[in-house]
Design a protein around this ligand. Structure first.
Ligand code: C2O
Length: 549
């Protein structure tokens, strides 16, 4: 591979959407941010320089960061933030992955405007396992807030209320024609007939899983989270925040006398308020000379029909269709032996209210979220540095529980006491431990689907189900042949999911719900994978420009 260099200058930029102009944090003044492109095996060197007053970090979502944990990016986990006026070089190699990933800010809610595609092409001369597409197009779904997103979450954390919901969803930063004052800000995909387009889908929204569909066109899913899957056709895809997927779009064989909307709107399982609006873009067939007399306005416009908002059966069926290719060239290396089995609950809860504040949770409490009843407390220094320098005392405790301390009927009547504990606890793993982790949604304050993202690894989704996980019966049904391999999985509302991964990457690896409001409320934890014995099984030393807290 070669080394590819990028410069990310973090600066403020005025952007107008929905007739509101606001100053947002951007990379190089672009919104959405610039594309980063590499081939499998290449090294990426991205120099990030902070010219704004906020602290910044950037995360390369889905990149394995083999031994290069210092470049992963979550604030106070693998690094201290890049402060105003400072630079940091993110330096890492892309190993064993090809497809679509993305990058985003990983501090507070700055990822609302700081995100972009990270495209990994196969090695030179290696074809896709499907016919070469005519063109490739990134499609990033996002969320737009008229208000300042940082102020929204700061306020929500103080009072424990849900933050204000977004004002629009966006496709490549554009809300589209179904919103007021937005028709001119519409993403248009101009296509030729009889061709195949590769859509590189990314869900960069803060708080919503999204359905996406294109009217009168069938989509073929060929990849999830930069791993090929067995191709399957669908009218609609479901994509959670954090997930990516490559989709083939076959255009009509002849020029249709119509234009087509592509739309996205949320899949919602919890209560609470949410943005119930629909973003639209336009799929338009490029007019040949003969057609140029028709303006698109005169052509009829077809709209897709999306599943109902809470269509969990669609969600379940869709996720069951996702299977690894499991071919000779792209095998599914599912760990068959399990060294350590873990059972974590994920869900909401409450925490005592700050003094002299009016809090919006039940019985005068604040909302919290937890993994195994532990709401994560962010330390004031980076976990990875504390571990590496042997100064972990007072920063974290290496005693995350293998299963929750208190058992209750997770999907039945919730317990009366909804108060969660808190702490900065790490689960410590020896190098090359083969892990099975079951994540169980709890119905405390309402069952809800949680897109859980693991840094530093891909995992295999070996099983999922509804109700309480049964440790005797359920493992018998696990798929160890062709389970989907990915980095973000939806823990079903009122159900569980089982994943397996091999802890072959030394470092500290964050795991959290990719719904930003749940992350802020504490639905996160971290794994500490120790060095192996051999020199090539050890975390590399920290770079000299690693920011200090
Ligand atoms: Cu895409 Cu920890 O995040």
């Amino acid at each position: 591979g070669i080394t590819r260099h990028y410069e990310f200058n973090i600066k403020m930029q005025n952007v107008t959407r929905l007739c509101h102009t606001k100053s947002i944090v951007t990379v190089n003044g672009q919104f959405p941010g610039p594309r980063v492109v590499a081939r499998e095996g290449d090294r990426l060197q991205i120099k990030v320089t902070n010219h704004v007053s906020n602290n910044i970090t950037i995360h390369w979502h889905g990149i394995r960061q083999l031994r290069s944990g210092w470049a992963d990016g979550p604030a106070y986990v693998t690094q201290c933030p890049i402060q105003t006026g400072q630079s940091y070089l993110y330096n890492f190699t892309v190993v064993g992955q090809r497809g679509t990933l993305w990058w985003h800010a990983h501090i507070s809610w700055l990822r609302a405007t700081l995100y972009g595609p990270l495209i990994i092409l196969p090695k030179k001369g290696v074809p896709y396992p499907f016919a070469k597409p005519y063109k490739e197009v990134p499609i990033i779904l996002g969320e737009w807030f008229n208000a300042d997103t940082e102020a929204i979450i700061t306020q929500a954390l103080q009072t424990g209320g849900g933050p204000n919901v977004s004002d629009a969803y966006t496709i490549n930063g554009l809300p589209g024609p179904l919103y007021n004052c937005s028709a001119k800000d519409t993403f248009k995909l101009r296509v030729k007939p009889g061709k195949t387009y590769l859509l590189r889908m990314i869900n960069a929204a803060l708080n919503d899983e999204l359905f996406f569909s294109i009217a009168n066109h069938t989509l073929t899913v060929v990849d999830a989270d930069a791993i090929y899957v067995k191709p399957f056709e669908t009218d609609t895809i479901l994509i959670t925040p954090g997930q990516t997927s490559n989709i083939l779009l076959k255009t009509k064989p002849n020029y249709p006398t119509a234009t087509f909307l592509m739309t996205a709107r949320p899949y919602v399982t919890g209560q609470g308020t949410f943005d119930n609006s629909t973003v639209a873009g336009i799929l338009e067939y490029e007019s040949p000379v003969l057609h140029s007399v028709f303006s698109t306005k005169k052509l009829p416009l077809y709209k897709p029909i999306l599943p109902p908002l809470n269509d969990t059966s669609f969600a379940t069926n869709f996720s069951k269709k996702l299977r690894s290719l499991a071919s000779t060239q792209y095998p599914a290396n599912v760990p068959h032996r399990v060294d350590k089995h873990f059972f974590f609950t994920v869900g909401l809860g409450t925490t005592p209210c700050d003094q002299n504040k009016t809090c919006q949770g039940p019985n005068g409490t604040k909302f919290a979220a937890s993994v195994s009843n532990i709401s994560y407390v962010q330390p004031t220094t980076a976990l990875l540095q504390a571990h590496y320098t042997g100064q972990s005392g007072g920063v974290y405790d290496p005693d995350f529980p293998i299963s929750p301390f208190d058992w209750f009927n997770y999907t039945g009547n919730p317990p009366n006491n909804t108060v969660v504990g808190n702490g900065t606890k790490l689960m410590v793993l020896n190098f090359n431990t083969s892990v099975e982790l079951v994540m169980q949604d709890t119905s405390i304050l309402g069952a809800e689907s949680h897109p859980l993202h693991l840094h530093g690894f891909n995992f295999f989704v070996v099983g999922q189900g509804f109700g309480n996980y049964d440790p005797v019966k359920d493992p018998k049904k696990f798929n160890l042949v062709d389970p989907v391999e990915r980095n973000t999985v939806g823990v079903p509302s009122g159900g569980w999911v089982a994943i397996r991964f091999l802890a072959d990457n030394p470092g500290v690896w964050f795991m959290h719900c990719h719904l930003e409001v749940h992350t802020s409320w504490g639905l996160k934890m971290a794994w500490l994978v120790l060095d192996g014995k051999l020199p090539n099984q050890k975390l590399l030393p920290p770079p000299s420009d690693l920011p200090k807290c």
